[in-house]
Design a protein. Sequence first.
Length: 185
Amino acid sequence: MKGVVVEIRTQMLILGTLVGLMWGLEVLDTFVFRHGLDTLGIFPRNPIGLRGILFSPFLHANFTHLMANTVPFVVLGWLIMAQSIANFIVVSLICMVVGGIGTWVFGASGLHIGASGVIFGYLGFLLARYYFDRRPSSGLVALFVGGTYGSVLWGILPSMPGISWEGHLFGFLSGILAAGLVSDR
């Protein structure tokens, strides 16, 4: 029982630190840098935009954007972390890097920021995980995630101006890739 409590505290610490970092950066970006930090996002096919592959998931256009990303980041991130903290780290890095490179190569011109690419990566991972490991628990998680967040999959299509559907698409695809890479099979 003590090990479970330590595990949950570790999970809360990791997720809390990442969410705190996103919120702290948005406070600084809004009130100190006047949205100047947003320029550290992904600018497709521009060499300076490559730095955004690592920075863009932590940057948001405004507090509304950040609030919209916070809950799914925590819920989906925790569902991955409940399986394994190591998987959470690997999946997060794959989604940031592979999804970010896909956005940098194929994204529309302009700034791409926000955690939604990673969130779509988490979604792709959790939906595809059962395909790769065939564990009943992964199937139950996929059903829950599909039922709860499945409607956001429309976000991988070009439907709303100003929304990085490319970030969503390549995040989702990178999550599927991560599911295959961390599979025990």
